[in-house]
Write a protein that binds this ligand. Structure first.
Ligand code: AP5
Ligand code: ZN
Length: 222
């Protein structure tokens, strides 16, 4: 089964996608990571996207949709988790068309629900490895050695868009552009709301439970 994870910045989309890759051997497709990789590689796509990301606003729909289409073609038949896409109703409509074209079923839309104060705490305490991109948190997931990645020994840094003023803009952007997706997926019977509070492993178990239920439901109805 394919899923898409959506929710406000800091809801745990990246953390949960990584756990699904580990536990369910799914392929993660994160638009945020794709842009960050492009920035690192200093491609035109990266340089263009950076202007928007550093301000906390969305990269234009057409750019994101073209990038996702290219990535989906590479996937083959492997189950996937979309992390951070779609993020606007226009992107959601484009995803439906893409899924049709590729003869995939529309993914289950899993919304991670986390209160505002927790989001701000998670984003301000996040640290990422400059080298491999692994994510930590100063209190909920500290690295063994301060400022050093457990996985590769690289330096841990704060993301440019995790500064207080950019976080505020990202949360506003979410309210305006991404939150309407809840109603969109509810209307087409694809929405599942999962409580994003608690240990990352507990949240992951909740996601797996809704996927299992949905699968059973599909089997039952044929
Ligand atoms: P993106 O990288 O997708 O950022 P985001 O959506 O703002 O999400 P985050 O990565 O900040 O948070 P997350 O939900 O993945 O949380 P995480 O697991 O890291 O996008 C960045 C930018 O790219 C956008 O602003 C936009 O400009 C552009 N972009 C990307 N996609 C786009 C699109 N489709 N359209 C247009 N533009 C696009 O967790 C956060 C912290 O909390 C971590 O430190 C983690 O350790 C901690 N944490 C996670 N889970 C828990 C838990 N259960 N308990 C305690 N701590 C936890
Ligand atoms: Zn690392």
């Amino acid at each position: 089964m394919n899923i898409l994870l959506f929710g406000p910045p800091g809801a745990g989309k990246g953390t949960q996608s990584a756990l699904m890759v580990e536990r369910l051997s799914m392929k993660q497709l994160s638009t945020g990571d794709l842009f960050r990789n492009a920035i690192k590689a200093q491609t035109k796509l990266g340089l263009d996207a950076k202007q928007y990301m550093d301000k906390g606003v969305l990269v234009p729909d057409a750019v994101v949709i073209a990038m996702v289409e290219e990535e989906l073609h590479k996937l083959g038949k492997q189950s996937f988790v979309l992390d951070g896409f779609p993020r606007t109703v226009l992107q959601a409509e484009a995803l439906e068309k893409l899924m049709d074209k590729l003869k995939f079923k529309l993914p289950l839309a899993v919304f991670l629900e986390v209160p505002y104060a927790t989001l701000v705490d998670r984003l301000s305490g996040r640290r990422v490895c400059k080298n491999c991109g692994e994510t930590f948190h100063v209190t909920s997931k500290p690295s063994r050695k301060n400022g050093v990645c457990d996985k590769c020994g690289g330096d841990l840094v704060q993301r440019v868009d995790d500064s207080a003023d950019v976080v505020k803009t990202r949360l506003e952007t979410y309210e305006k552009s991404t939150k309407p997706l809840k109603a969109y997926y509810e209307k087409i019977g694809k929405l599942m709301i999962v409580d994003g509070i608690g240990e990352a492993n507990e949240v992951s178990a909740r996601i797996e439970e809704v996927m299992r239920k949905k699968n059973l439901d599909l089997e039952f109805r044929g």
